[in-house]
Design a protein around this ligand. Structure first.
Ligand code: ATP
Length: 433
């Protein structure tokens, strides 16, 4: 063979290896349209009947009992029919197909079969939603969209923070006006602090007071002190700050009562107090005691005060964002009651199933198993609840500590004064002298 032909063949081979490897690693958008979508569509259409049959999605039109002569015969009818599947449509990262439910079927059966569908179609995951009665939408994702989430955008709104991107490609937004209180769980190095940094970065330019409670000596939230109206760094200070906030809450209540309104948002602009977001980093530090009577009393006070703020604060512009590595009823009797008030939930990778169960279990069992499957490499990935009661996998935008500190510094002039909190902290300093 001519040497130039061999050289050309080797060059083509090298190109295929290099480009093929790049495509496999980075999976550009066109790769899905050109290769993934046609292959997966063929697989979906080829396997649908069998998968539907094996997962009890097919239903026979024949009755389960019939009369033969004078005999009533009961049994499993033959030839079950698979539900009607629309032709799969390509999306940016996968495909969607609508299924018309047989009479008597509910989307729950399809949700149970989602894992089997993902295996049969060789895709990353299949999510099942029901956009209208009698119809389910199967969304297959060719690869994990959260490996390289796009930059989502969302309209800027008061008390709303764009945290990152949802698995569906939409924006992951924490809107405190829609869901006033949040619980964030995550093991060490799961991305919890990055998410809090992102939240602070997003709220810093807004006319909102941020109050930090960080009983790890202020190591985490102390970095954003420039934009915090108050920062408690130990349990004693936390009790003082929370007590002052409860007093402030009562003043807001009487302001609403005198104006004859039910929430501060109905007050005229001039009278409306500034909304306050209380960020607690490491809830366990508030609830645990070292066994001494003082420490136990402080833990109980913290629990009661947080619960009061959670119960009454929403309409009065007082919001809680509570983060912790581990959340369990063993922390104290008030934890389960507090959790019930924290409507928004975010669960990163956690070390124990109990924390995932505590964070999401009362809302959705499927979400718990998805949260438990988050690996150590998937930093910043979490299962979050939405305002509609649903849940989704999501990933926060990576916000470095330096970026968050710079934003806090930049907007430090916007930090509202909360004199009652300052007075409470100064009184503690006075007692110490
Ligand atoms: N959304 C993200 N995308 C990419 N990387 C992330 C993301 N979130 C976090 N990380 C990476 O994970 C590392 C750990 O994140 P982070 O410090 O937020 O974890 P943590 O849960 O707060 O841990 P700890 O409890 O020890 O403070 C960070 O250094 C960051 O590089």
């Amino acid at each position: 063979m001519e040497p130039y032909v061999i050289a050309l063949a080797l060059a083509v081979l090298a190109w295929l290896l290099v480009v093929g490897d790049l495509v496999r690693q980075h999976r550009p958008a066109w790769h899905w349209y050109v290769v993934g979508y046609p292959v997966t569509t063929c697989r979906v259409l080829r396997t649908w009947r069998r998968v539907a049959l094996l997962n009890d999605l097919s239903v026979s039109r024949l009755p389960a009992r019939t009369l033969i002569g004078h005999l009533m015969v009961k049994g499993d009818p033959v030839r079950p029919v698979a539900p009607r599947l629309s032709f799969p449509r390509a999306t940016r990262t996968g495909l969607t197909a609508a299924v018309k439910l047989h009479a008597g079927q509910t989307p729950a059966t399809y949700m149970q079969a989602a894992d089997a569908l993902a295996h049969a179609w060789k895709v990353h995951a299949v999510r099942v939603t029901s956009p209208e009665r009698g119809l389910v939408l199967l969304t297959a994702m060719g690869s994990d969209p959260l490996q390289r989430p796009g930059l989502a955008t969302a309209p800027a709104e008061l008390l709303s923070a764009l945290i990152g991107a949802l698995e569906t490609g939409g924006a992951w937004v924490v809107n405190l006006r829609l869901v006033p209180h949040w619980l964030i769980a995550g093991a060490t190095r799961s991305g919890k602090s990055t998410l809090l940094s992102r939240l602070i970065t997003q709220l810093a330019p807004q006319p909102v007071a941020l109050v930090g409670i960080d009983c790890k000596g202020g190591m985490e939230l102390g970095l954003f002190a420039d934009r915090l109206s108050a920062l408690a760094t130990c349990k004693r200070e936390a009790v003082a700050v929370l007590s002052a906030l409860v007093v402030d809450m009562q003043e807001r209540m009487s302001a609403c009562r005198s104006a004859g309104v039910r929430s501060i948002w109905e007050l005229p602009d001039k009278l409306r107090p500034v909304p306050v977001v209380v960020i607690v980093d490491e809830i366990a530090e508030l609830y645990l005691s070292d066994g001494t009577r003082d420490s136990k009393a402080e833990a109980e006070q913290c629990s009661t005060l947080l619960l009061r703020l959670a119960q009454l604060g929403a309409a009065l512009g007082l919001h809680l964002v509570i983060a912790g590595q581990r959340v369990g009823s063993d922390l104290g009797p008030g934890v389960t009651a507090l959790r019930a008030q924290l409507g928004g939930r975010i669960c990163h990778r956690v070390n124990d199933p109990g924390t995932a169960e505590m964070t999401l279990g009362d809302l959705n069992k499927d979400a718990v198993s998805v949260a438990q499957s988050i690996t150590a490499e998937e930093r910043g990935v979490a299962v979050c609840t939405g305002p509609d009661g649903g849940w989704s996998r999501a990933r926060s935008h990576l916000t470095t500590t330096a970026e968050a500190m710079a934003t806090a510094r930049k907007h430090s002039a916007m930090t509202p004064d909360l004199p009652s909190l300052d007075r409470a902290l100064e009184a503690l300093e006075g007692d110490d002298k």
